[in-house]
Design a protein around this ligand. Structure first.
Ligand SMILES: [Zn+2]
Length: 151
């Protein structure tokens, strides 16, 4: 899905991007007002995810009630948003850029593992590196629990 998160839903970014959803965040675009959010969603053909009833109604978006990101994820699952992580990471959790697999002989940032030993992906836009480490595992587990409880 192509999504646009309002300022109250930013905690969902990394989870939704892990599931391959093209997920923009209003504050990354310097947008906060409802009319600007609606215009951006329209321009980029995105579904608004918001805790603002009026904005959700005006944009035919997804209305969330919870504040906690995990509780918000349960609401998204109930709204039929697919929360299955993609086999290969596709979207940068930090900036939503596309990820490319780093070749085994390629170089990565110092903080990342050796791509000859561990698959590493790099963001085309911000160059952040990602791999399936303990943080990834925890997020995948969280998503699995939410899908189970929604099923
Ligand atoms: Zn990035």
């Amino acid at each position: 899905m192509r999504l646009l998160l309002d300022a109250m839903c930013g905690g969902l970014r990394a989870y939704l991007r892990l599931c391959g959803h093209d997920t923009a965040f209003v504050l990354d675009h310097g947008v906060e007002a409802d009319d600007e959010t609606a215009a951006l969603a329209n321009e980029e053909n995105r579904t608004v995810v918001t805790r603002d009833r009026d904005l959700a109604a005006a944009t035919d978006g997804i209305l969330l009630h919870e504040r906690d990101p995990r509780a918000q994820l349960r609401e998204l699952a109930a709204a039929s948003v697919d929360l299955t992580p993609t086999d290969d990471p596709e979207r940068c959790g930090r900036c939503n850029g596309r990820l490319d697999r780093v070749p085994e002989t390629g170089s990565t940032r110092e903080y990342a593992p050796d791509p000859a030993e561990t698959p590493v992906w790099r963001c085309r836009d911000c160059e952040q590196c990602f791999w399936k480490g303990s943080l990834y595992d925890r997020m995948v587990e969280t998503l699995a629990r939410i899908r189970d409880s929604a099923a």
